[in-house]
Ligand binder design. Structure first.
Ligand SMILES: CCCCCCCCCCC/C=C/C(=O)SCCNC(=O)CCNC(=O)[C@H](O)C(C)(C)COP(=O)(O)OP(=O)(O)OC[C@H]1O[C@@H](n2cnc3c(N)ncnc32)[C@H](O)[C@@H]1OP(=O)(O)O
Length: 276
């Protein structure tokens, strides 16, 4: 029954939703052409199978409303945008759950990266690994100036590697050499550093959300046909690359994660997180 409600109704009834089904995201509409999708999976907005599936289906719902032109992706947690993939999904999983999980991540990326909507990532908090993937999949990134925050791809620090399409996305965003350095060192960039290399487009001293809404409204004024054709031109190749290798990529991911050495690394990393 919930799926028949329009996105506008969903946003106007957050209490109805939270009492009946945990959606893990909140959707609001600051203006007639702009939607805001707020990640809301405490404590750190990590991407579990359910979280990834929920984000994807909400993007599709928002997309289906022709009045909406721009989408802001943000977090209900002011300190953390998203801690990336839910590492517990990769710790001693069944092969079936692991492949379904990975398909949900591929699908989230493909949906967000190729949506007709203009997407603005409003990064108020930490954005490592999968969090950085979400931000890089958007068209524009605004980040809080807080020097304590980090954004980047730190996979090597967990003993894992980014899949080819995430590596390609990083290369397209920051250039080959910076991507190679950042990936191999598992570097998390401060907002200032991220701005310098083009990983974010703007850093903001005050209210990041207000700037994100402003940018979303600016994008909404650009003719949709032009935006969509441009996105297809800039992003089509990577989308087609992954679409053509979905099964191969699932195979790589599951084989790599299920290796005993990887499992030991993941276990150690989880322990270090919970000991902090
Ligand atoms: C060639 C072969 C190709 C194969 C491809 C295989 C590899 C695929 C890789 C795909 C790319 C993406 C990878 C990822 O996203 S992996 C996740 C990376 N994320 C991180 O490393 C972030 C870890 N978290 C943190 O650094 C901090 O938690 C953070 C700075 C985000 C917040 O710090 P804070 O102090 O506020 O909070 P805590 O650290 O105390 O955390 C609170 C609780 O949340 C748990 N937690 C944190 N992060 C995660 C997570 N990502 N998944 C699950 N759980 C997480 C943490 O353990 C705390 O739990 P407890 O309260 O129970 O202790």
């Amino acid at each position: 029954m919930l799926s028949r409600l329009s996105p506008r109704l969903l946003s106007s009834s957050p209490r109805l939703l939270s009492s009946s089904i945990r959606t893990l995201v909140n959707v609001t509409y600051p203006s007639p052409s702009v939607a805001v999708l707020e990640l809301d999976r405490p404590p750190v907005n990590s991407l579990s199978l359910e979280m990834a599936t929920s984000i994807t289906s909400h993007i599709k719902q928002i997309e289906s409303d022709p009045q909406i032109r721009s989408l802001i992706l943000t977090s209900s947690n002011p300190k953390i945008f998203s801690a990336g993939l839910d590492i517990t999904e990769m710790s001693r999983p069944s092969k079936t759950r692991l492949s379904t999980f990975w398909r949900s991540i591929q699908s989230l990326f493909l949906t967000l990266y190729s949506t007709r909507l203009s997407t603005i990532s409003c990064i108020t908090g930490h954005s490592p690994a999968g969090g950085c993937l979400l931000s890089m999949s958007c068209d524009y990134r605004v980040m809080s100036r807080n020097p304590k925050l980090g954004i980047g791809l730190n996979e090597t620090r967990l003993g894992i590697a980014a899949p080819f399409w995430l590596k390609d996305l990083f290369v397209k965003t920051v250039g080959y050499r910076e991507a190679e350095l950042g990936l191999s060192r598992g570097k998390l960039y401060s907002p200032e550093e991220a701005l310098k290399i083009g990983l974010v487009d703007e850093i903001v001293d005050g209210e990041v959300y207000d700037v994100a809404v402003e940018r979303a409204e600016e994008y909404a004024e650009i003719p949709e046909k032009g935006i969509v054709a441009t996105k297809r031109m800039c992003r089509g190749e990577l989308v087609r690359d992954l679409e053509g290798k979905i099964e191969e990529d699932v195979g790589w991911f599951t084989d790599f994660i299920l290796e005993e050495g990887t499992q030991k690394g993941i276990e150690g990393y989880l322990k270090s997180l919970s000991k902090k």
